[in-house]
Structures are given as structure tokens and as C-alpha cells.
Design a protein around this ligand. Structure first.
Ligand code: 5GP
Ligand code: ZN
Length: 119
């Protein structure tokens, strides 16, 4: 069924507690944890508990949960005090954009200068 946990999905395993992660916040619908290979002083991943392969399919099937992910990204930024001067939310979508884990996730990056456009 759509959204069901996938046995071969790393982030479903983090949601299920089978793979450890440094969790910073949890809600009924989302989990936020520190990226294992941080690209900035704050680099947190916010994921839905439901399994969808990318942000677009999540938003199409569960728009409320997609909104929860965005809200939690802001909560994480506030928690790490990177909401001022600003932070970045990234959804890599597709292998050409660097997506490597096929469970929807928002990167929350902050705590250093962030160039625009990114490389
Ligand atoms: P993507 O490249 O798909 O947009 O992002 C996947 C992210 O997951 C990468 O930034 C990568 O460092 C992170 N990642 C991969 N494996 C693990 C893991 O086992 N634990 C944590 N916390 N992050 C991971
Ligand atoms: Zn998954």
C-alpha cells in the first residue's frame, strides 16, 4: 500500500528504530535527525514517517504530511538557532539532482554562509 514501510529503505529503518540516528525532533507524522555527512554546521534531515520515494509523490498523496515536513524544517532551524540570518531547505529530487535515498526528505542547512545559486 502507498506509504507503507519498505524493508529495503534506510530511512524507514530509522523511523522504525532499526538503524540508529541522532534524532532532534519527532512528531506524529515526521522524524528529524542529523545528517551523517553534514554539509553545514546545521544539517538535519526531516522525513515523513510514511514511505514515499520523493517530495513530489509525498505532496501528491499526503499534502498535509508534506506541510508537516515544511513546518518541522522551520522548527529545526529555530532549535539550532539558524533561523536568523537564514537557512536553506532542499529537496533533491531525482538522481541528476543528487538524490541517493528514495524516501522523501528535506535537508535543513544553516549555520554558515550559503551561496546562491548552489553549485
Ligand atoms: P540525498 O542525497 O538523497 O538528497 O540525501 C541523502 C542524505 O542522507 C545524504 O546527505 C546522506 O549523508 C544522508 N545519509 C545517508 N545515510 C545516512 C545514515 O545512515 N544516517 C544519516 N543520519 N544520514 C544518512
Ligand atoms: Zn522509506
Amino acid at each position: 500500500m502507498a506509504g507503507e514501510p519498505q524493508s529495503d529503505c534506510l530511512f524507514c529503518k530509522i523511523v522504525g528504530g532499526e538503524v540508529p540516528a541522532t534524532i532532534v525532533r519527532e512528531t506524529e507524522t515526521t522524524v528529524a535527525f542529523r545528517d551523517i555527512n553534514p554539509q553545514a554546521p546545521t544539517h538535519v534531515l526531516v522525513i515523513p514517517r510514511l514511505h514515499y520515494p520523493d517530495a513530489a509523490s509525498l505532496a501528491a498523496a499526503e499534502p498535509q504530511v508534506a506541510a508537516d515536513v515544511l513546518r518541522e524544517a522551520h522548527e529545526v532551524a529555530q532549535l539550532d538557532k539558524v533561523d536568523e540570518p537564514g537557512y536553506r531547505i532542499v529537496f533533491n529530487t531525482g538522481s541528476g539532482a543528487g538524490q541517493t535515498v528514495w524516501h522523501a526528505h528535506a535537508h535543513v542547512l544553516g549555520g554558515r554562509g550559503l551561496n546562491w545559486p548552489p553549485g
